[in-house]
Ligand binder design. Structure first.
Ligand code: SIN
Length: 529
């Protein structure tokens, strides 16, 4: 059995940052289901929000975050994360991230603007910020002798044992290795950094790995989960028959990009005083409304009025990718549609990133910290991941002397079959079905009937998935499907519970916010037998 001081599940900005800090005090294993560089972070185009400009203030960033969050942000969390923003940018720069420099000597980095922000405050590496951050952190982690990577290792379920005080405690994780067998990994401290769950929906900006594994595992292990109804739909993903998951960054609108109907008519001023730079929930819903009204299948994002040299230099990744699909964004408006992008809910954590299950921290998109409330402000998520990774690592390191080593032997994994699966079509059929009804019934605009339909279909589907899981030897595809089913169930239950509309949860049967009954989180927890 593999044993470490710290186990980190996931290798994006949150997991790598946690690992680098924790490695100062002990041995770290990073477990990742694909290659170490395959993470949601890699796909983040926009950047990291931080107060760095002379005209900006912490108060303004706090205010923008609270406004976007629709009354559900935890003010003490917002205050803390925002105030630590500039320090976190400096840490990343020290770790080797090459942010785009500013021409203005008063500001160290060029600052972009995105929806819901009243000022320019997005630090970026042109339109490939995530990749720049991921690469620098991976380089630092790879050169660290205390960190070992386990690529192509799929975390199946957390191992929960009785701690010294008799309470349930996370003692590690069962992992499906590349050899097809499930192995226990023991640790004194485990950190979930597995990212989000965009793949629960038919259309998403997320890469294929975003299957909600950490949330599903934490829930099954008895940790509290919150606010799963708040899936953020990014307003502008490329609409093209061959383009999969390609985001057109909000920074394009930050640099003057205009949303237009296919007729050429701009429409966002009819929906919000901030027009195209309104918070994301407003923009995504406006596009959805216009698509339903006109019967069109996409709208247009137009940046053709800016100088071609500026567009190519500021958005080299978007320009190049769109060109591959025959769209020259310096001359052609870009066809776009909304797509599932970021889950604001997740595994509930406190200010130190502790979940309600002792021995388990959660950082990054998998966690629900209280920063985003009912709707995340653009580019606050990488910042949150950094602040919480540091806090969680500090907490785990401080607790290390009093934390027992995991037992020499952990229980073997039980509950799954050993026969080779004979029915791949069951997995792919269930996967397609789930993502399609989640998109149609639990999407941007919901109703009680649609949610109830989704619940009925999911019940049947989950029965089939669990039956398959019990009979056959698990594969990564089956494990992802099992997790997607679990996460979809949590989303539907939270969405059905919230009888109002707020932030990203919009229900036509309850179109107003109901502060008296619902200005609170939706929490959910499995009672372990
Ligand atoms: C974007 O570049 O539009 C995405 C940024 C984010 O989701 O925070």
């Amino acid at each position: 059995m593999e044993r470490f001081d710290f186990l980190v599940l996931g290798s994006g900005i949150a997991g790598l940052s946690f690992a680098l800090d924790a490695a100062r005090a002990g041995t770290v294993a990073i477990i990742t289901k694909k290659r170490d560089s395959e993470s949601n972070t890699n796909y983040a185009q926009g950047g990291i929000a931080a107060v760095l400009a002379p005209g900006d203030s912490f108060e303004a960033h706090v205010r923008d975050t609270l406004t976007a969050g629709g009354g559900l942000c935890r003010p003490e969390v917002v205050e803390r994360v925002v105030r630590l923003g500039p320090d976190q940018i400096r840490v990343l720069a020290r770790r080797g991230v090459a942010f785009t420099p500013s021409d203005d000597p008063a500001v160290p980095f060029d600052l972009g603007r995105e929806g819901g922000h009243s000022r320019r405050r997005i630090v970026h590496a042109r339109d490939m910020t995530g990749r720049a951050v991921e690469q620098a952190l991976l380089d630092r982690a790879r050169e660290n002798p205390n960190i070992r990577f386990f690529e192509n290792h799929f975390a199946v379920d957390l191992v929960v044992t009785a701690g010294q005080d008799g309470r349930a405690r996370c003692a590690g994780v069962h992992v499906l290795g590349p050899d097809g067998a499930i192995h226990p990994f023991g640790a004194r401290s485990t950190c979930l950094a597995t990212g989000g769950a965009g793949k629960v929906y038919l259309y998403t900006s997320n890469p294929d790995i975003a299957s909600g594994d950490g949330i599903a595992m934490a829930y099954r292990a008895g940790a509290e989960v919150a606010n799963m109804e708040f899936m953020q739909f990014h307003p502008t993903c490329l609409y093209h028959p061959f383009a999969k998951n390609f985001l057109i960054s909000e920074a394009v609108r930050g640099e003057g990009g205009v949303l237009r109907l296919r007729s050429g008519e701009p429409f966002m001023d009819r929906y919000h005083p901030m027009g195209c730079l309104a918070p994301r929930d407003v923009v995504a819903r406006a596009i959805d409304t216009e698509l339903k009204r006109t019967g069109d299948d996409h709208v247009l994002l137009d940046i053709t009025h800016r100088a071609p040299a500026f567009v190519r230099d500021r958005f080299p990744g978007i320009w190049k990718t769109c060109l591959e699909y025959g769209i020259d964004i310096t001359r052609d408006p870009i066809p776009v549609v909304p797509a599932a992008h970021y889950l604001c809910g997740g595994v509930r954590v406190d200010l130190a990133g502790r979940t309600t299950l002792p021995g388990l921290h959660a950082v990054g998109e998998v966690a629900c910290t209280g920063l985003h409330g009912a709707n995340r402000l653009a580019s606050n998520s990488l910042l949150e991941a950094l602040v919480y990774a540091e806090a969680a690592a500090r907490d785990a390191v401080d607790a290390l002397p009093g934390t027992p080593r995991p037992p020499d032997r952990l229980p073997e994994f039980s509950g799954t079959g050993t026969r080779p699966g004979d029915d791949d079509v069951v997995v792919s059929q269930n996967w397609d079905e789930l993502r399609r009804f989640m998109w149609n019934y639990v999407g941007i605009v919901r109703t009680d009937r649609r949610l109830a339909r989704a619940r009925r279909r999911l019940e049947l589907l989950r029965e089939e998935i669990l039956d398959h899981f019990r009979r056959y030897r698990p594969t990564p595809d089956l494990l992802e499907l099992r997790n997607l089913g679990q996460v979809a169930d949590l989303m539907i239950r939270c969405a059905l519970a919230r009888k109002e509309s707020r932030g990203l949860h919009y229900n036509l049967d309850h179109p107003e916010a109901d502060d008296d009954r619902w200005k609170r989180d939706t929490t959910i927890r499995r009672v372990r037998a």
